[in-house]
Design a protein around this ligand. Structure first.
Ligand code: BYC
Ligand code: FE
Ligand code: FE
Length: 481
């Protein structure tokens, strides 16, 4: 079998030889109906009968892995795809560094690995649930298509983790796979596992922020898991990363178009003060200070996803060779972190201060730093749009101690500039830093579906380039009557 190509000789497209792996095939076939039920009840609301112009993975060859075409979402071919096995790959870090990678799970690491796979798997359907109401208010057919593309691919990422569970974790894996379909984002009794995945994604500005900031946590975590000594996990994450790039593009270009449109409208109306919120909102666009507040919210919720700055879980996973660092193989050190230190942000005398800590327990902090640096790049590009339009305003990322619920800064109040304040002072100023109820209501008032090919809602610019070399007025979704 050519493992670059996907075979369709079973009900589940795959490049892992499922046709010859009856046990796993059977387990997945048993899981499939429950999955489809989940998709129909918790996936995108409405539009399930519409033809959506989606890309589907048909190969894992980096050149030309996807094929575009109209599909009804429930008929999307969710497949199990692993990047090709690398000949002679060795474990790139930790206590087993230099040993050949594992094709089966070493018994002593089973529980740790299962936890990582389950947490990763849990986020994927969670995001689909969070975004399920957005179709009806899409600002264009192009954006609607992007939403649904992200949704079907996150759902495929669930398949990716469920495959690992079913293949390598026996009856525990089957039980976990069932649980992944039972938990629900935001549910009081059966919530999703990580904080950010139980928050609402109430409007399209949040959707763009989520795909920019939270999908980027996905990128960083997948990059770290792609380093894994457990080769099937590494290979599955490597392929997921191919899809991930588009999710972050949707977020970055989405915010860019929002910002662009606001600046344009201000210019046309002769408004120069970006803080003249009343006047700007009369134009039916989203004022830049509100964009900043949404960024503050989604960035900080995403920072929480990196866990505590100091973590023995992270150290154990690193030592075991299960989860590495971002671009592990490109880092110039011993890859075991025997004596290394890393600067960790801590609260000292009321000030967030960098303190050297053993690098091994500071793995989460390091990944979070790599994330912040990566996230800052898009913010710079948004600022270029603003300055080019001649508006005097700059978007920034808040201090990493601001609005945190996990780790060193969970129980204190810090301003976006990194200054420690008391409860009362924080509450008084909260609405200047984070979206207020009123901001939410204003944004909600703009959210009306715009469903004619080539038309875009007033609060967002058309894209400079759409997808698959198609023009912006292409009928990206053929809405079923
Ligand atoms: N919320 O040692 P600690 C994606 C728990 S996103 C709730 O500080 P650790 C995607 C933690 O579980 C990527 N609980 O942290 C994006 C632990 O509990 P237990 C998802 C939290 O373990 C968009 C305790 O606190 N993938 O793919 O070093 C759309 C102490 O933990 C949170 C992964 O995350 C939280 N935020 O690091 C779709 C990769 N943070 O076990 C998809 C796999 C911590 O003591 N996961 N806790 O009861 C991991 O590597 C790690 O579990 C974490 C946490 C990085 C999440
Ligand atoms: Fe994903
Ligand atoms: Fe994603």
């Amino acid at each position: 079998m050519n493992e670059l190509n996907v075979s369709y000789d079973t009900s589940i497209p795959n490049n892992v030889g499922l046709a010859d792996d009856r046990r796993v095939l059977k387990a997945l076939e048993k899981w499939h109906p429950g999955y489809l039920d989940w998709w129909k009840t918790m996936g995108p609301e409405g539009f399930q009968e519409s033809m959506v112009y989606l890309r589907t993975a048909v190969s894992v060859d980096p050149k030309g892995w996807a094929q575009f075409g109209y599909v009804k979402m429930p008929e999307y071919r969710w497949g199990v795809l692993l990047a090709p096995q690398e000949e002679g790959r060795t474990i790139p870090f930790g206590n087993h560094m230099g040993e050949p990678v594992w094709q089966e799970i070493p018994g002593e690491y089973r529980a740790m690995l299962r936890r990582l796979v389950v947490i990763q798997g849990d986020t994927e359907p969670a995001s689909v649930e969070q975004q399920r109401h957005l179709g009806a208010t899409a600002p264009s057919l192009y954006d609607m298509r992007n939403l649904f593309q992200v949704n079907v691919e996150e759902a495929r990422h669930l398949w990716a983790m469920v495959y690992l569970l079913q293949k390598y974790f026996g009856s525990d894996g089957r039980e976990e796979s069932a649980e992944l379909l039972r938990r629900r984002s935001g549910d009081v009794d059966k919530p999703r596992m990580l904080g950010a995945f139980n928050e609402a994604t109430p409007d399209w500005l949040s959707f763009f922020m989520f795909t920019y900031f939270t999908d980027r946590d996905g990128k960083m975590q997948l990059e770290s898991l792609a380093q894994s000594g457990f080769d099937p996990l590494s290979r599955t994450c490597r392929f997921m990363l191919t899809e991930e790039a588009h999710h972050m593009f949707v977020g970055e270009s989405g915010i860019s178009r929002v910002v662009q449109r606001t600046c344009e409208a201000m210019k046309e109306a002769g408004i120069t003060d970006p803080y003249d919120i009343e006047a700007i909102r009369k134009l039916g666009v989203i004022d830049l200070p509100t964009v900043q507040k949404k960024a503050n919210l989604h960035y900080t919720l995403s920072l929480d996803l990196f866990g505590s700055e100091i973590s023995t879980n992270a150290a154990n996973a690193f030592n075991a060779g299960l989860k590495g660092r971002y671009q592990e193989t490109k880092i110039d050190d011993d890859h075991r972190l025997l004596d290394a230190t890393y600067p960790v942000m801590k609260l000292i005398d009321g000030k967030p201060t960098l303190v050297n800590e053993p690098a091994l327990t500071a793995i989460n902090m390091r990944l979070r730093d790599d994330y912040s640096a990566d996230a800052a790049k898009g913010v710079q590009r948004w600022n270029k749009v603003i300055s080019k339009a001649g508006v005097d305003f700059e978007l920034t990322l808040p201090h990493t101690a601001f609005h945190r619920h996990i780790g060193e800064f969970a129980n204190i109040n810090v301003t976006p500039d990194g200054e420690l304040v008391d409860n009362e002072s924080f509450s008084r100023q909260r609405d200047r830093w984070l979206p207020s109820v009123e901001d939410g209501e204003y944004i909600a008032s703009l959210m009306k579906g715009c469903m004619e090919p080539g038309k875009y809602a007033n609060w967002i610019s058309p894209p400079k380039v759409a997808i698959d070399n198609l023009p912006g007025d292409f009928e990206f979704v053929q809405i079923a009557a």
